[in-house]
Design a protein around this ligand. Structure first.
Ligand code: ADP
Ligand code: MG
Length: 824
């Protein structure tokens, strides 16, 4: 087979770059420049999209890496290309020039030999590693720990030797770097080192308050230090004692003071050796000093003998410290750089088991057989011809991804991610047509009856007109409110295969729903469904192809973490002619302007949403939400001449549905609502989204609200009114929303502000979040490295059977909770 031109080109430049010692000079202006045309060429060559994406991400930031990382990145990237396209062995990248660091020697990718020669850089193996079981011994194995101490340590979650070794410092102090007292400034968070000059206890307020006061000095000056209600401190401090104190500099009567600092006595060595000192999380009855001594002993005795779960080749490729070194350095670092390296190594371990689990799951799916559903080009072209619009390029790409999956003979497991309004429904519709084309059935599940109905209508509109073998009666609808008689006919039709496509809610999952031959299950707004519900839908067929859709934009790092076991298609483009929603932040006193805009839009035949937050937690329990009150006022005072509808969470599901349906049918000009209106509803005629109490909503939610308008091609408006003027000025989220309509940009912001756990309930992904202690889920580079190496490891040893992978396999089992067998 001939190598594709785009691959030839990539090979040529990467080889040249390797020969040059990774100076980013193989392409004029830097390697990233080559991306301008390359992706297009690669697509023309039909290269897989994930590979193109990998090349793009690696090369984009290439110039910013150190030569050592560059070598790693390019070697890793090229090996992935080689593997994925099954390129001949001889097309390996040349070894780096002598100038480049020795760490990066290319790996003999094809040889899984565990007995690779130990490189000179590893430390001499002083003592052989102990078996992993040795580290599961209780802490009482340490001579200085008796039962009493053991139970105190248990309160910190420390039970075994391993727990102790992995009890990492929460921060480090470098006493050699402390500021002299004279240079301290008000408000600073500081560590001060000095000598106790004097100490005393005073009683205030008739003895109710005991104040311990001390004066600390260094060669530059003196500082007053105060502790409230901790009189025992006075007994421990002695004149002339060297101490370190950490806290925030405050002010009292015009002088700088330190209130309630953490403190500890220092030894002479600590002051002179300029060592970076670990500061551990503690609990009552344990002092910093004791903990430090304990860990010193434990690290000296055990760290060196910790068995490394990472195979040597992998550890070296990633440029990571050996585990014993990392454990030693994270507790007692020789330098800040050593510390950083140790943290990187241990963070990598965490990310690696995470990715390994993902990759293994994904490979397991890939091993399975599924029925192939290939469609010919002319067939597809004919379907597209029949659509009322041309697909966007993003829609085409997603459709091609799906088409390839469905034809592959392996079960599709794909996430289709596209911002609100990017047109996911039509892509899903065509995917379903590919399957019914071969006589099989497809299902589309949505979180609410309203959405299911909306999808049903869209499919009725889109499919029969483009696809002759799908007539309107071939598409069925099943929700909780489907009347019994109709339900019966639908179920009969489904079992007999007369119904080819079934759209519905959770009702699809019920037992009586039997398909004749379900081959594709599409799940809309997937985050609204649990893992079990998806599994149930899948189980209605055999090796069913799965397509899940979401409008929640997920930053790449998090997507790799949460959806690492899925293939992802991203639709990052809106249909043409869609005008971005104009977003304004109004002061509360400018509310009348918002009302004027609503009147104007209604006069032009359009409709408006007005959203109210729940005012308090307890309001969720009360019978009348703020929206009810507001509705009364808006209808009687503000818009007496308009029809104002009301929607809130206290209403019964069918009442809500009916209200939404009436709004959609134009019975109301304005709909007042609580947050229930959030997901997926398509009211093309609505052009105004007014959000009251906007400061109370999260960024993602606000973006979803905004996505409810501007779906019909007219200019639409989103008006944000926070509760106070201050909120209007200070709320960063609201300003971000005004500045951009790009869901991905907003998601990144949201993620930074809230952190991954809250952003996307990582618990939903099925792993134990608490085990990610050092790993930063936003560190794309480290995550990608962990991912690539996971893939490589699984390719070599799919079920981790080799003896040198035993420990890794154990960690994997511990990390991933039981019962994870389904996509998230
Ligand atoms: P979402 O991705 O939010 O589910 P929908 O599938 O509901 O978006 O599509 C939003 C609207 O855009 C629908 O009215 C749909 O008919 C329309 N639409 C989808 N694709 C295109 C396109 N390529 N050109 C024009 N309009 C489109
Ligand atoms: Mg949708």
């Amino acid at each position: 087979m001939k190598t594709q031109p785009s691959i030839e080109k990539l090979y040529k430049f990467l080889s040249l770059e390797a020969q040059r010692g990774y100076d980013n000079g193989a392409v004029m202006g830097g390697l990233a420049r080559m991306l301008e045309n390359w992706a297009t060429e690669a697509r023309n060559d039909g290269l897989p999209e994930d590979l193109i994406g990998a090349v793009e991400t690696r090369l984009r930031d290439y110039g910013r890496l150190t030569p050592k990382s560059r070598a790693e990145v390019l070697q890793g990237l090229w090996q992935r290309v080689q593997r994925s396209l099954k390129l001949p062995e001889r097309m390996a990248l040349p070894s780096p020039q002598p100038a480049a660091p020795a760490r990066t020697e290319p790996q003999p990718a094809a040889s899984p030999s565990p007995a690779a020669p130990r490189p000179a850089s590893s430390p001499p193996a002083a003592e052989p590693p102990l078996p992993p079981e040795a580290f599961q011994k209780p802490v009482t194995a340490v001579p200085t720990i008796g039962p009493r101490r053991a139970s105190t340590l248990a309160r910190l979650g420390i039970h075994t030797l391993e727990d102790l070794l992995y009890h990492f410092p929460r921060r480090y102090d470098d006493y050699s770097q402390c500021k002299p007292i004279r240079q301290l400034r008000y408000g600073e968070q500081v560590t001060v080192v000095g000598t106790v000059e004097g100490v005393g206890v005073r009683k205030l307020r008739g003895g109710k308050l005991q104040v311990t006061e001390a004066v600390i000095s260094d060669s530059s000056g003196k500082l007053r230090v105060t502790w409230f209600n901790q009189p025992w401190i006075a007994d421990r401090l002695r004149r002339g004692m060297p101490v370190a104190l950490a806290g925030k500099i405050d002010q009292y009567l015009g002088r700088l003071v330190l209130n309630n600092p953490e403190w500890e006595p220092l030894s002479k060595e600590q002051l002179s050796t300029k060592r970076i000192v670990p500061v551990y999380p503690l609990t009552a009855k344990i002092t910093q000093r004791w903990m430090r001594r304990l860990l010193h002993e434990v690290v000296a005795q055990w760290a060196g003998r910790a068995p490394d779960p990472l195979p040597t080749w992998l550890r070296e490729r990633a440029g990571l410290l050996p585990l014993p070194v990392a454990l030693r350095q994270i507790h007692f670092p020789d330098s800040w750089d050593d510390l950083r390296q140790a943290q990187r190594r241990l963070a990598f371990d965490e990310l690696f088991v995470l990715q390994l689990g993902m990759v293994r799951q994904r490979e397991a799916w890939r091993q399975r057989q599924a029925r192939p559903f290939p469609v010919e080009e002319p067939w597809l072209e004919a379907r597209l011809e029949g659509l009322p619009f041309a697909l966007t390029a993003a829609q085409r790409r997603a459709l091609e991804d799906i088409r390839r999956d469905l034809a592959s003979g392996r079960p599709m497991n794909r996430l289709l991610q596209g911002d609100v309004g990017s047109g996911k429904t039509v892509v899903a519709a065509l995917a379903m047509a590919m399957v019914t084309h071969h006589g099989a059935q497809a299902a589309l599940m949505a979180p609410t009856a309203l959405l299911a109905e909306q999808h049903y209508r869209s499919l009725q509109r889109l499919l029969p007109q483009t696809t002759p073998d799908i007539a309107p009666e071939h598409i069925g609808l099943l929700t909780g409110s489907t009347p019994a008689a109709q339900r019966r006919t639908t179920l009969e039709g489904l079992a007999a295969g007369r119904i080819k496509i079934l759209v519905g809610t959770h009702a699809l999952l019920e037992d009586p729903v039997q398909f004749a031959d379900l081959q594709l299950a599409v799940i809309d707004e997937q985050h609204r469904f649990g893992v079990r519900q998806r599994a149930r839908l899948r189980a209605k067929g055999e090796q069913t192809h799965i397509l899940v859709m979401t409008a929640t934009p997920i930053p790449r790092s998090l997507a790799l973490t949460i959806y690492g076991d899925l293939d992802i298609s991203v639709m990052d483009e809106m249909p043409v002619g869609r005008k971005p929603v104009l977003t304004y932040l109004l002061m509360p006193r400018e509310r009348e302007r918002a009302y004027r805009l609503i009147r104007r839009e209604v006069a032009a035949g359009h409709q408006a949403f007005i959203i109210y937050p729940l005012i308090s937690e307890s309001e969720a329990l009360q019978t009348t939400p703020a929206a009810v009150e507001a509705h009364r006022r808006l209808q009687s005072e503000v818009f007496p001449d308009l029809k104002v509808g009301l929607l809130h969470g206290k209403m019964k599901p069918d009442e809500k549905e009916a209200t939404m349906a009436r709004f959609r049918d134009g019975e109301f000009h304005v709909l007042v609502s609580t947050a229930v209106v959030e997901v997926g509803v398509d009211i093309p005629n609505a052009t105004v989204m007014l959000i009251e109490g906007a400061n109370r909503f999260g960024l993602a939610q606000l973006h979803q609200f905004r996505g409810r308008v501007g779906r019909g091609g007219q200019q639409a408006y989103c008006l944000l009114i926070p509760e106070t003027e201050n909120a209007a000025r200070e709320n960063e989220r609201l300003r971000a929303l005004v500045e951009t309509t790009d869901g991905f940009v907003l998601a990144e912001k949201d993620l930074q502000q809230r952190g991954p756990g809250e952003f996307f309930g990582t618990r939903q992904a099925g792993f134990d979040e608490a085990r990610l202690r050092l790993a930063n889920l936003l560190d794309v580079h480290l995550i990608e490295q962990a991912r690539n190496l996971s893939q490589e490891l699984i390719a070599r040893d799919p079920s981790l059977q080799a003896p040198e992978h035993r420990l890794l396999k154990q960690r994997l089992a511990a990390f991933w909770r039981e019962g994870r067998g389904e996509i998230s």
